[in-house]
Write a protein that binds this ligand. Sequence first.
Ligand code: DER
Length: 235
Amino acid sequence: FTQDDLKKIAAYKAVEYVESGMVLGLGTGSTAKHAVNRIGELLRQGKLKDIVGIPTSKITHEQALSLGIPLSDLDSHPVVDLAIDGADEVDPFFNLVKGRGGSLLREKMVESACKKFIVIVDESKLVNYVGGSGLAMPVEVIRFCWKFTAERLRKLFEEAGCVAKLRTVGEKEEPYVTDNGNFIVDLYFKRSIGDLKVASDAILHLAGVVEHGMFLDMATTVIVAGELGLTVKNK
Ligand code: DER
């Protein structure tokens, strides 16, 4: 299987949990894209009815529109039955890192409003503990004095050998701007950041920080597609 095959297998398995009449959180990224496509297909085939989608990004909004999935928002649906979304890292306690695709704020808003949150990953996303991979842990920050905020974030995790980098795009390395008009500072750790809840609270306490990419104690099911098959783990 290619990695994309595995993403698709996990995504299709998650869509089996979708029932007609549900309000669905529609995730963002290359794995969630397959789930949104599948939902559109089942609606077209009449196998699913009366679905309302709550997109977690502008790009998912566009994809769902093109598939004819009826869309709404959290203002109209403050409680969501089920969200299906990918993740960058999943640890054995269902803690996640998300946001390397830049959509973490709206994802966290939607997924924290859900009764059930199914995470779909290929096996490459499994880690022993979140923040230990040395890969980016995204933090969405306001533009105003972002350097000041980035330095405070770096200092917060100095013990963990943290490097804080503004996320940029394109040849001219322009700052990446989120759907919400904010910047993202990616944190890279050389050593463990210790208790994740303590780290999460410390990050959110900094004025200038909007949200971070650690999704702690939110996922209710993790579906992993690997070379040896699918596993479905419930909390
Ligand atoms: O950026 C995000 O939050 C995405 O959902 C990310 O966590 C997973 O994206 P992928 O399925 O393309 O790896």
